[in-house]
Design a protein around this ligand. Structure first.
Ligand SMILES: [Fe+2]
Ligand SMILES: [Fe+2]
Length: 276
């Protein structure tokens, strides 16, 4: 069904379909996106695509070439997380309007934590990148950060997608409840393990604790399992390398009401993509 047909079939209500792709891991993750995305967008009538890219450059951070590669595959916005500063090259692209770092870094940190975009059907959408504080860098409070941002964003649009990049399930659930009815979706990232708790909260916010990862599943959260096992067994620091086999594309698709910004559906995806 085209967006216009959907609009007609639902009277006044126009729905917007947004795809959020979980942490893209290195070259295997980028190749997975390239393999899957085009066809998926057509099949699901996706109007706007966001991806977490904090691990997209060799597993750690983001560079200009890597960002361009993902954007050219059909992604509109790249969010980041605790690996944002891993590559010195990030300074060349941190002011790119399509790239977001967590909004709760202190004032005067380079880059932007949220921004406004248009879907391919000209619907205005705001994307916010936010980071948790438990077992993570000691940033400003993500809850109070959203208290400040939401009134600003709502002057422009009711459609607000939050990538909450955090380690522990309880902090993520707490933010989901805190933002229920205030934003369209709270999508967890960072653990690289997809959770099966996707739902629409009572006031209309789509929620998932973690969206998972897009990259090699024959690994420990994206890194070669042999290296991680050796590290656990010896406690000697080792250089991590991205694994390559058993690729998986992990994402969620969210349906939003264009006027209210409330979510009506969230669908979890895990699409196998073979090997590199
Ligand atoms: Fe990650
Ligand atoms: Fe992370």
């Amino acid at each position: 069904m085209t967006p216009t047909e959907r609009e007609e079939s639902q009277g006044e209500t126009k729905m917007v379909k947004i795809l959020f792709i979980a942490d893209i891991i290195g070259e295997p993750g980028r190749k997975t996106v390239n393999k899957i995305l085009n066809e998926l967008k057509k099949k699901e009538n996706i109007e706007f695509t966001i991806a977490n890219a904090e691990n997209a450059a060799g597993g750690f951070g983001l560079t200009k070439n890597v960002a361009e590669e993902i954007i050219n595959s059909g992604v509109e916005v790249l969010t980041l997380g605790n690996h944002v500063w891993d590559r010195k090259e990030i300074k060349d692209i941190i002011d790119d309007q399509r790239i977001l770092r967590p909004a709760n870094y202190p004032p005067f940190t380079p880059g932007k934590g949220y921004n406004f975009y248009f879907s391919n059907q000209k619907t205005e959408i705001s994307v916010v990148n936010l980071m948790g504080r438990v077992y993570m860098p000691d940033l400003d409070c993500p809850f109070r950060c959203m208290d400040t941002l939401i009134p600003e964003i709502k002057k422009e649009t009711n459609l607000i997608i939050v990538d909450f990049h955090a380690e522990i399930t309880s902090e993520k659930q707490a933010l989901g409840w805190y933002l229920d009815g205030k934003v369209s979706a709270v999508i967890g990232t960072h653990t690289h393990v997809q959770t099966a708790d996707e739902r629409i909260l009572p006031e209309g916010t789509a929620y998932i604790t973690d969206c998972g990862m897009t990259g090699p599943r024959d690994s420990v959260i994206g890194i070669k399992k042999e290296i991680i096992l050796k590290k656990y067994l010896t406690q000697i620091p080792l250089r991590f390398e991205v694994a390559a086999k058993d690729l998986i594309f992990s994402a969620v698709i969210i349906d939003l009401d264009e006027k209210s910004g409330k979510a009506t559906n969230i669908k979890r995806l895990q699409i196998p993509a073979g090997d590199m």
